[in-house]
Design a protein around this ligand. Structure first.
Ligand code: PHE
Length: 446
């Protein structure tokens, strides 16, 4: 049976952009920018995205499309009789860990969507809104039910396959998501007092830039672009061999960056207009925004729109994580797609329950001083993603034949590649070295 693949270039771009655009852009980017000094952080972040992010993403695409399989199978095809295929194990581990805690936050989003529809934030004091969040996340089973609900939605899409599931639904959700985020960005920027937030986001104050914020910017760029753990590699194996990888990657990166900036524009000015601390952390979206919406004209509608946006963004990213496990099980273990999806979702959801309970009954259960939620987050984003990124660059830069890399990148000579030498230089030397520095720093070695 022929391997399932994307139907069109547009579909491939939507699916890949769907993977990239997620909680990382809307939930993580504004508070990372808020806690790391605003404009100066943004500049470093943009540098990381364009100079390291794009080349590493292309390297991942090259392996995936050339290998025509899941990460495990692709490495085994491209480097037979070597241990490179172990990367496949790393990618499954990363997908499982990330999706376990991603599902927790996505589950909260579903509950908050219901709150927004029920107008629950109306006329609530900030203490009450805070309380609402605390009470919900620490509830013994409610967040688990939402978490399970979220995983069921993702599983249903994945069961339908690449074309009929992933491509079809991301093609529907991504344009709506873009429209909502543009509307929210414009709305927030036109609020009284929003200038302070716009200035904070764009005005680079280099005195605020620390070494730590440079590292945070590189880490954020990896997480946001979904680089390093095989999700892009798996999707790339479904891209038609005629489509230009360079074109697709630039579009995905531009879409991802635009959404992050729009999310920053939607959230930071509003946060300033209503005098909320931009560095209030991961809870910014759930605790401060409901207050912001409540005080905005037509806030009811904006609140609903925002949580729809967040839900779509989470679903389109989560399915790319789930697909990594499903592609492995169907191709390497010859399982049916249905069985593979049920098995992967079940394991991930069970692990995820520990993350969800990290905010409630298991708040005090820690491993290496961290709750399950924090542990899964830090192992995957601080360790596995950068490590995976280095492996990918080294493989394409040093192990693959330059001729093969060129062949794949130019789609069998169909496209001219003017910047091939520079790109190879980055993939071979610059990107792995830069990522290595981040990795060592996050391990506390530098
Ligand atoms: N890029 C996604 C986001 O921004 C998260 C993600 C990371 C998805 C790694 C897949 C792989 O939310």
């Amino acid at each position: 049976m022929a391997r399932d693949s994307f139907n069109s270039k547009f579909g491939a771009i939507m699916a890949l952009a769907g993977s990239a655009v997620g909680l990382g852009n809307i939930w993580r980017f504004p508070h990372e920018t808020g806690s790391n000094g605003g404009g100066a952080f943004l500049l470093v972040y943009l540098f990381c995205i364009f100079c390291i992010g794009i080349p590493t993403m292309l390297a991942e695409f090259i392996i995936g499309r050339r290998g025509q399989r899941n990460p495990f199978g692709s490495f085994r095809t491209l480097a037979p009789k070597t241990r490179w295929y172990w990367y496949g194990g790393l990618s499954i581990l990363a997908a499982t860990l990330i999706l376990s805690y991603y599902g927790t936050v996505s589950g909260w989003t579903l509950e908050y969507f219901m709150y927004a529809v029920g107008d629950s934030f109306h006329n609530q004091s900030s203490a009450e809104i805070n309380n609402l969040f605390e009470k919900f996340v620490s509830h013994p089973y409610k967040p688990i039910l939402w978490h399970i609900g979220f995983m069921v939605i993702c599983s249903l899409i994945i069961i339908m396959g690449v074309k009929n599931g992933i491509e079809r639904y991301t093609k529907m959700m991504m344009p709506v998501l873009l429209l909502i985020i543009i509307a929210l960005g414009v709305r927030a920027c036109t609020l009284d007092g929003a200038q302070a937030g716009i200035k904070y986001l764009f005005y680079p104050d280099f005195s605020k830039l620390t070494w730590k914020s440079v590292l945070a910017a590189l880490g954020q760029s990896f997480f946001s672009l979904s680089i390093g753990m095989g999700a892009l590699m798996t999707y790339a194996s479904y891209i038609n061999c005629d489509d230009s990888l360079l074109q697709i990657s630039t579009r995905v990166v531009v879409a991802d960056t635009v959404v992050s900036i729009l999310a920053g524009l939607a959230i930071l000015p509003a946060v300033f207009a209503f005098d909320v601390d931009p560095a209030s952390g991961p809870n910014l979206v759930y605790i401060t925004l409901p207050q912001v919406f409540d005080q905005m004209p037509l806030g009811y509608i904006w609140g609903i729109a925002f949580f729809i946006l967040l839900t779509f963004a989470s679903v389109t990213s989560a399915i790319s994580l789930l697909e990594v496990c499903v592609a492995f099980l169907t191709e390497e273990k010859k399982m049916s797609r249905l069985k593979a999806t049920i098995l992967s979702s079940a394991v991930i959801t069970i692990l995820g329950v520990f993350c969800t309970l990290s905010f409630g009954p298991m708040r005090n259960v820690t491993l290496f001083g961290k709750t399950f939620f924090d542990l899964f987050d830090s192992i995957s984003s601080n360790f596995i993603l950068p490590f995976g990124g280095i492996l990918i660059c080294l493989f394409v830069g040093w192990k693959m034949k330059v001729r093969d890399v060129y062949f794949e990148l130019s789609s069998r000579g169909k496209y001219e590649l003017k910047s091939f030498r520079v790109l190879m230089l980055i993939i071979k030397y610059v990107a792995p070295t830069a990522i290595f520095i981040v990795l060592m720093s996050s391990l506390g070695i530098f």
